[in-house]
Design a protein around this ligand. Structure first.
Ligand SMILES: Nc1ncnc2c1ncn2[C@@H]1O[C@H](COP(=O)(O)OP(=O)(O)O)[C@@H](O)[C@H]1O
Ligand SMILES: Cc1ncc(COP(=O)(O)OP(=O)(O)O)c(N)n1
Length: 565
C-alpha cells in the first residue's frame, strides 16, 4: 500500500470546509451551460468521454497546434476533433512560413461539425488574423459550447509570429466568450498592456486584472519564469473558484523539449473540465500528466531543436527491441544476472530514468484500476470488512515502511535527500498512530500481520539491507507514486460524481487529492531518478527490479482484502 500514502489520507482538521468547497466546485461544474442534445451526464456538466474540438493551426512536425491538441485530448480520455485555422511550415527549430486559408472555409468546417456533433468542449489556439477571429467569434455566439478554453497564441517560443500584430485588438473581443484563458507570461503582458512579468507575484497580479476585465478564469503559467519552480495558478475573484487564486505547485523539469506545452496544457484542460466539471480538479489532474510528458520527452528523439513532449508517457509503451517493459516482477534474486532487466536498463539516459520506471509501473497500475477493491471503493459498494482489513494492514505496513525510509535517510548522499527521507519516515509513524486513533478506533478488526503486508515489508527491508541507496529509493518509490496516481483518479471520479455525501467512503476519498502528498511524490520521483541516471547498467537493472517488485506488491496490497479479510 502506501506510506505517506495515508499520510495525507487522514481526515483533515478542516474537513467540513474542504467538503463544502468541493461541493461548491462540483456544483459549479454541474451548473455549466449544457450542450445541445447532450446526454444526461453531459447535461449535468460532465461526460465520461467528452467530445472536444480544437480550433487551431497545424504543426506538421506534430509537437504543437492541432496535432498536439489531438494527442492531449486522447491522452486525457476525450474524443478529439479539429478545425484548422492555419497551416504552418515548422519543425522543432522554428516556424518557416504560415498560410491562412480563406476564413469562409473555416466556417464551413465549424458548421459541418456543430450541425452534426454535440461538442462538449472547445479549445482555441492559433488564429492567425482578424478575419479568422471574427469567424470563430460568430460561430461561438451561435453554438455556445459548454466549455471554451482560449490559448491566446501570438508568438511561438522560437520568436516567430503566429498572430498578425494588427489582430491583437480583434483577439481581445474573443476573450469574454472564453471560460478559461491560458496566456503565457508574454501574452498575459500584452493582454493587460503591461511589461512582461518576471516574478510570480506580478504574474498573478496581471492574471487578476485580466480575469476582472474578461469575467473568464485565467490560468497563469509559470513556464517562462526563472528558477527551479514551475507553478501554475487559476485566477478568478468572481466566486467561480473555491478561492480567488488556486495555485498548483510544480518543479521545473530540466529539458529543452517544451515545444507545444501551451497547446497541450490548454486542450488537456478543456478535456479534463468536460469530464470532471471542476477547474481545480482538472488542473490537479493535468499538471502531473504534463510534467510526466516533459520528463519522458527525451524518449521520443524527435528533431534537433525544442522537441515535443511525450503525450502518451502514462500508457504502456514497448521498449526498443519490441519487448514490453513491466509485467510480472522478475523472479531472479540477482538483477545483475538477469538479461531482461539488464536490457531494459542498458540504454537509459539520465533524464529518462524516471520515465522508464513509470512505464515499468504501467501494467500494475492498470491492474490496480481493475481490482474489485478499487472499483468498490470508488463506487461505494466495497464491503466494510474489506475496508477495515485494508486500514489495519496499512497501519502495520506503515511501521515497516517507515524503517525503510529511515534507512534511505541514513544512506542518502546529500543533506537535502537525508532530510526528505527522514521527514517522510517520521510522517509515516505519525500517520500510523493517527490511523489507530481515528479510522481504526471505531472498527473491530484483527491487527495481525497479513501475508501480503509481510512480503511487501520483507522486500523493503531486504532492499534496506542491500546497502545500495539507489536500489532502496527505487523500492520505496511505488508506494508514493502509484498511490498518488490512484488517489488522484479516485478523487477526480468522486468529484465528477458530485462528491455525494451519502457515499460511505466520502471522507476517505476526499483526502486523496492532497497537494502536499503530490509534492512529496514529485520529490521522491526526482530523488530516485537522480541516482538512477548516474548508476551503472547493473545497478539500474537492480533498481528497475526492486521497483517492479514494489509495484507488484502495491497491486497485491489493494487485492489482499478480497483474499484475506
Ligand atoms: N520545464 C518545465 N517544467 C515543468 N513544467 C513546465 C516546464 N515548461 C513549461 N511547463 C509547464 O507547461 C505549461 C505551459 O507553460 P508555458 O511554457 O508558460 O506556456 P507556453 O507553452 O504557452 O509558452 C505550464 O503548465 C507550465 O507550468
Ligand atoms: C500551429 C501552432 N500553434 C501554436 C504554437 C505555439 O505553441 P505553444 O504550445 O504555445 O508553445 P511553443 O511551441 O511556441 O513553445 C505553434 N508553435 N504552432
Amino acid at each position: 500500500m502506501s506510506p505517506l500514502a495515508s499520510t495525507y489520507v487522514l481526515p483533515p482538521a478542516s474537513s467540513e470546509s474542504s467538503s463544502s468547497q468541493e461541493t461548491q466546485s462540483a456544483a459549479q461544474g454541474s451548473a455549466r451551460r449544457p450542450a445541445p442534445g447532450s446526454s444526461t451526464a453531459a447535461a449535468a456538466g460532465v461526460r465520461h468521454t467528452p467530445r472536444v474540438l480544437s480550433i487551431a493551426g497545424s504543426d506538421p512536425s506534430g509537437g504543437a497546434g492541432i496535432q498536439a491538441d489531438l494527442k492531449s485530448i486522447a491522452a486525457l480520455g476525450g474524443y478529439g476533433m479539429a478545425a484548422i485555422t492555419a497551416l504552418t511550415a515548422q519543425n522543432t527549430r522554428g516556424v518557416r512560413d504560415v498560410h491562412v486559408p480563406p476564413a469562409g472555409f473555416l466556417r464551413q468546417q465549424l458548421d459541418a461539425i456543430s450541425d452534426d456533433i454535440t461538442i462538449d468542449a472547445v479549445k482555441i489556439g492559433m488564429l492567425g488574423n482578424a478575419e479568422v477571429i471574427d469567424t470563430v467569434r460568430s460561430w461561438l455566439e451561435k453554438v455556445r459550447p459548454a466549455v471554451v478554453v482560449l490559448d491566446p497564441v501570438m508568438v511561438a517560443t522560437s520568436g516567430d509570429r503566429l498572430l498578425e500584430e494588427s489582430a491583437e485588438a480583434a483577439l481581445r473581443t474573443l476573450l469574454p466568450l472564453a471560460d478559461l484563458i491560458t496566456p503565457n507570461l508574454a501574452e498575459l503582458a500584452i493582454l493587460v498592456a503591461a511589461p512582461r512579468a518576471h516574478s510570480w507575484a506580478t504574474a498573478l497580479e496581471q492574471g487578476k486584472r485580466l480575469a476582472a476585465a474578461t469575467g473568464a478564469t485565467i490560468l497563469v503559467k509559470g513556464g517562462h519564469l526563472d528558477g527551479g519552480a514551475c507553478p501554475d495558478a487559476l485566477v478568478n475573484a468572481g466566486g467561480l473558484l473555491s478561492r480567488p487564486v488556486v495555485e498548483v505547485a510544480g518543479d521545473r523539469i530540466p529539458t529543452r523539449n517544451s515545444h507545444g506545452t501551451g497547446c497541450s496544457l490548454s486542450s488537456a484542460m478543456a478535456t479534463a473540465q468536460a469530464r470532471l466539471g471542476d477547474w481545480e480538479a482538472s488542473l490537479r489532474e493535468v499538471k502531473p500528466w504534463l510534467a510526466g510528458a516533459l520528463q519522458a520527452s527525451g524518449l521520443l528523439e524527435v528533431g534537433s531543436g525544442s522537441g515535443p513532449i511525450n503525450h502518451f508517457h502514462h500508457f504502456h509503451q514497448p521498449e526498443a527491441g519490441g519487448k514490453p517493459v513491466g509485467g510480472a516482477p522478475v523472479p531472479a534474486e540477482s538483477a545483475a544476472g538477469d538479461p531482461a532487466a539488464q536490457s531494459a536498463a542498458a540504454e537509459l539516459t539520465g533524464e529518462d530514468f524516471a520515465a522508464t520506471l513509470r512505464r515499468a509501473a504501467a501494467p500494475d497500475l492498470d491492474a490496480i484500476y481493475r481490482l474489485e477493491f478499487i472499483r468498490g471503493l470508488a463506487a461505494g459498494t466495497l464491503v466494510e470488512d474489506q475496508f477495515a482489513y485494508y486500514l489495519a494492514q496499512d497501519a502495520i505496513y506503515l511501521n515497516g515502511y517507515s524503517r525503510a525510509l529511515a534507512r534511505a535517510s541514513a544512506l542518502a548522499p546529500t543533506e537535502a535527500a537525508q532530510l526528505f527521507w527522514a521527514r517522510s519516515a517520521q510522517q509515516c509513524l505519525e500517520v500510523e498512530s493517527e490511523l489507530h486513533r481515528t479510522w481504526l478506533s471505531t472498527r473491530t478488526v484483527e491487527r495481525i500481520l497479513g501475508p501480503v503486508t509481510k512480503s511487501y515489508v520483507d522486500h523493503l527491508l531486504a532492499a534496506s539491507a542491500s546497502g545500495s541507496y539507489a536500489v532502496l529509493v527505487a523500492a520505496v518509490l511505488p508506494c508514493f507514486w502509484l498511490y498518488a496516481e490512484v488517489g488522484q483518479t479516485l478523487h477526480a471520479q468522486f468529484l465528477a460524481a458530485g462528491a455525494p455525501e451519502a457515499h460511505p467512503y466520502a471522507e476517505w476519498l476526499r483526502t486523496y487529492a492532497d497537494e502536499d502528498f503530490a509534492q512529496a511524490t514529485r520529490e521522491a520521483i526526482a530523488m530516485a531518478g537522480e541516482p538512477g541516471s548516474k548508476a551503472s547498467a547493473d545497478e539500474q537493472a537492480a533498481m528497475l527490479q526492486a521497483f517492479r517488485h514494489s509495484c507488484r506488491f502495491e497491486l497485491d496490497f489493494f487485492d489482499a482484502p478480497r483474499l484475506h479479510a
